[in-house]
Design a protein around this ligand. Structure first.
Ligand code: F6P
Length: 546
């Protein structure tokens, strides 16, 4: 892999960054009343306003040139064509095929994957209908009232985030719960108040080997068997997995195993059988609309020119701030309570994908890769960490998300919410100059030493970048578009940085070490051979629980 920083496009951007460092966005807006027209994109009912970024007329062409020189188009096309772009695992990356309703074949090892995808979707639809209409019943003949999805990481975060976001579409009469943490508190508190006779468990695990999920699933199994006997398991458990053997060994009927494939990454899997809890929560039609929205974004990503391509633009802006403005973090700020799990979902999607330190060919990178991603719904975040974004020493580009309409049009709530999101983006961009701050303090009657002492504290440097995504309403289609937008942003950034977004070796070491420590916690006589800190902590735990 060529050294990214030696590419002509990178060098040109470095020089350009220096030349525009002293040009605040406020001046760019003052000089160009058409700035929004120039720097926004629309796809259906989704608008991306990226005008509040440190962009002059020269910046975008230079960034697009970087995308060209790093092969963004070729790698995008390779993904859609089913080539094994996840090179460390020799796997294709085909979450895009899961939501493609067309018959156009997509080949993996010479075989079209579309018929299998369609077959699983059909089975998911039939199962969803059976649970909803009461054809599928528990062991005692009672209708299912509660579904508990047991999974973690990609087998949890996407479905949780989407079912929360689409609550206005929830089917009455069926509650969907999620258990992920191996901390017994999670499953114990979830099962409180549930009736085994009316509860259906979905054991969601791509590998069906994940310790947390299997531990929780065994606890759930014991809970059902204690109440209803061994034969009840096949009425109360379904599996979402790629591992048919392990599912069968657990005792789950193969007829209620919904499969997917190794070319679906865990954090990209909500479109597969892993989406079954979504379909159960909101109905299969709404689940299909979610897939269709994602497919619309896929088509846009595949066909739009790079300089009019939403995921490409978002990705390049991140590269611009990380590479040339010293940004290490990125905030996702949905002004929609329904999207309260979006930051958590994107933490995995982005940081597990692009938290990488070596290039595709194994060389340590000499540039920054994925940012630290965090967020909270607005306006809560405003009363928490926004102070640092406005006046702290770190540059933190922000994504604001805002629905034009609310499902709960109560009083003035929604206009107040929207006034806040627009004001935050404006404040970050404009800031407050010393002259403005001085005038304000004088207006408040302050003068002399008192005014001078307060002045520096109320100056805002401004020039802090943000994107604003506005949409008509948070319906399944729009949500599908937004999720796919972020997936492709992550893909493009990985391409520019020359890293593999689709493996996650970094999470393995801790798992292995936990496997060694577990028997030491279960048997106090085992000798300890860790570092002094780990030995001491194990000793303390042994002592305190005696
Ligand atoms: O955290 C590591 C990881 O492998 C994730 O990538 C994945 O989403 C999660 O564990 C759960 O894995 P599985 O679906 O195989 O249980």
């Amino acid at each position: 892999m060529t050294d990214l920083t030696r590419l002509d496009a990178w060098q040109a951007l470095a020089a350009h960054a220096e030349s525009v460092r002293d040009t605040p966005m406020r001046a760019l807006f003052d000089a160009d009343p058409d700035r929004f027209q120039r720097f926004h994109l629309r796809l259906g009912d989704l608008v991306l306003d990226y005008s509040k970024n440190r962009l002059t007329a020269e910046t975008l062409p230079l960034l697009v040139e970087l995308a060209r020189q790093t092969g963004v188009e070729a790698r995008r096309d390779a993904m859609f064509a089913g080539q094994p772009i996840n090179s460390t695992e020799q796997r294709s990356v085909l979450h895009v095929a899961l939501r493609d309703p067309t018959d156009t074949p997509v080949l993996v090892d010479g075989a079209d994957v579309k018929p299998e995808i369609r077959a699983v979707l059909e089975r998911m639809k039939a199962f969803t209908t059976a649970v909803h209409d009461g054809t599928w019943r528990g062991a005692t003949g009672k209708v299912i009232t509660d579904v508990v999805n047991i999974g973690i990481g990609g087998s949890d975060l996407g479905p949780v985030m989407v079912t929360e976001a689409l609550k206005p579409y929830a089917r009455p009469g069926l509650r969907v719960h999620f258990v992920s943490n191996v901390d017994a508190t999670h499953i114990a508190t979830t099962l409180q108040g549930l009736d085994p006779a009316t509860t259906l468990f979905l054991v969601a695990s791509k590998t069906f080997t994940t310790q947390e999920t299997l531990t929780n699933a065994q606890t759930a199994r014991a809970w059902v068997v204690d109440a209803l006997g061994e034969t009840a398991v096949r009425h109360h458990f379904a599996a979402l997995s790629t591992n048919a053997k392990a599912v069968e060994a657990f005792g789950i009927d193969p007829n209620v195993m919904f499969g997917f494939w190794d070319w679906v990454g865990g954090r990209y899997s909500l479109w597969s059988a892993i989406g079954l809890p979504i379909a159960l929560a909101v109905g299969f039609e709404a689940f299909r609309a979610l897939l269709d929205g994602a497919h619309a974004m896929d088509d846009h990503f595949r066909t739009a020119p790079l300089d009019q391509n939403m995921p490409v633009i978002l990705a390049l802006l991140g590269v611009w701030y990380g590479g040339f403005h010293g940004a290490h973090a990125h905030a996702v700020l949905p002004y929609d309570q329904s999207l309260h799990r979006l930051p958590a979902y994107l933490q995995q999607a982005d940081m597990e994908s692009n938290g990488k330190r070596v290039t595709l060919d194994g060389q340590p990178v000499a540039w920054g890769t994925g940012p630290i991603l965090f967020g909270e719904p607005g306006t809560n975040g405003q009363h928490s960490f926004y102070q640092l974004i406005h006046q702290g020493t770190h540059l933190i580009p922000c994504d604001f998300l805002a629905p034009a309409t609310s499902f709960h049009p109560l009083g003035r709530h929604h206009p107040i919410l929207l006034s806040n999101v627009l004001a935050q983006a404006e404040a970050l961009m404009r800031g407050r100059t010393e002259a403005e701050a001085r005038a304000e303090l004088e207006g408040r009657g302050l003068k002399g030493a008192e005014l001078e002492a307060l002045l520096p504290h109320i100056v805002f440097p401004g020039n802090r970048p943000s994107n604003t995504l506005v949409f008509r309403r948070l319906d399944p289609r729009t949500l599908g578009m937004i999720i796919a937008l972020y997936e492709h942003k992550i893909h493009v950034q990985a391409t520019v940085w020359g890293i593999n977004a689709y493996d996650q070796w970094g999470v393995e070491l801790g798992k292995r070490l936990a496997g060694a420590i577990l028997p030491e916690l279960e048997d106090d006589t085992r000798p300890l051979a860790h570092d002094a800190s780990t030995n001491a902590l194990i000793g303390l735990i042994r002592e305190w629980r005696r």
